[in-house]
Design a protein around this ligand. Structure first.
Ligand code: MF3
Ligand code: CO
Ligand code: CO
Length: 249
């Protein structure tokens, strides 16, 4: 597919490290009493200070620089004057656009002291993403990734959101292939060295169904149960993978 992917990897890595750095800063202020638009401001400033743009800002009309998705919000939550309180969980999703290339990553933060169930959900979601990443190498199938994530999540009694998926990324924010977080081993496209895509499972405490609110963006669980998400941007190599959105420290 892509013979010489050195430049793509280097540029995605540069963007990815900046996005990860923004989340490191968000972690420091993610405390009870903070507003989600303060998180948004921090992301806007951090990206600009590091020579990048926020890819979400004005993307298909999205009004803010990051997504902030708390509690039963699955994804695409819009930063606002909402105040975070003790026991909330919140996913912050940052995409940096640097030198024409994208790096996309998200983490779910615990605000103050979170319930045992909430903590279990957050931990299982992180583990599921990492298990999906760790099997990556040339010639596995996309379905192998989905199956690995789904089996870990369902073994814990949680459910995998089906309405949103990971995606190819590069000069374009969202491109082929769709990376489903559920599925069957040996199905779907074979992955090839040089491919760059995200893995970003959204996992619900209750049922998997979602609905989108009237703002046209905010996706929530239909049953109002908690939802968590983590996301990395990765590149496929001959014998493995590289995660582009790791923190530098
Ligand atoms: N970062 C999200 C993703 O993981 C997309 C956000 S698009 C926005 O693909 F417009 F909602 F910001
Ligand atoms: Co993404
Ligand atoms: Co994202």
């Amino acid at each position: 597919m892509i013979e010489n992917y050195k430049e793509a990897f280097e540029k995605t890595r540069s963007a990815g490290v900046i996005a990860a750095g923004a989340l490191d800063e968000v972690f420091k202020i993610a405390k009870p009493g903070i507003r989600t638009d303060q998180i948004d401001n921090l992301c806007y400033e951090y990206l600009n200070d590091h020579g990048a743009y926020s890819a979400p800002l004005f993307y298909r009309g999205f009004p803010k620089s990051c997504c902030t998705s708390a509690n039963h919000v699955v994804c695409h939550g819009i930063p606002s004057d909402k105040i975070l309180k003790d026991g909330d969980i919140i996913n912050v999703d940052v995409t940096a656009l640097k030198d024409g290339w994208h790096g996309d990553t998200s983490r779910t933060f615990e605000i103050g002291e979170v319930s045992i169930k909430g903590k279990k959900l957050v931990q299982t979601t992180y583990e599921a993403m990492m298990k999906g990443i760790k099997i990556i190498k040339e010639d596995i199938f996309l379905g192998d990734i989905g199956a690995t994530i789904q089996s870990h999540v369902e073994a814990e009694g949680f459910s995998v959101v089906q309405d949103f998926c990971g995606h190819g990324i590069g000069k374009q924010f969202h491109k082929e292939p769709n990376v489903l977080h559920y599925g069957k081993k040996g199905t779907g496209e074979k992955i090839k060295a040089g491919m760059i895509f995200t893995i970003e499972p959204m996992i619900n405490l209750g049922k998997y169904e979602t609905k989108t609110l009237n703002d046209g963006w905010t996706a929530v669980t239909k049953d109002k149960s908690l939802s968590a998400q983590f996301e990395h941007t990765i590149g496929v190599t001959k014998d493995g993978y590289e995660i582009f959105t790791l923190s530098k420290n």
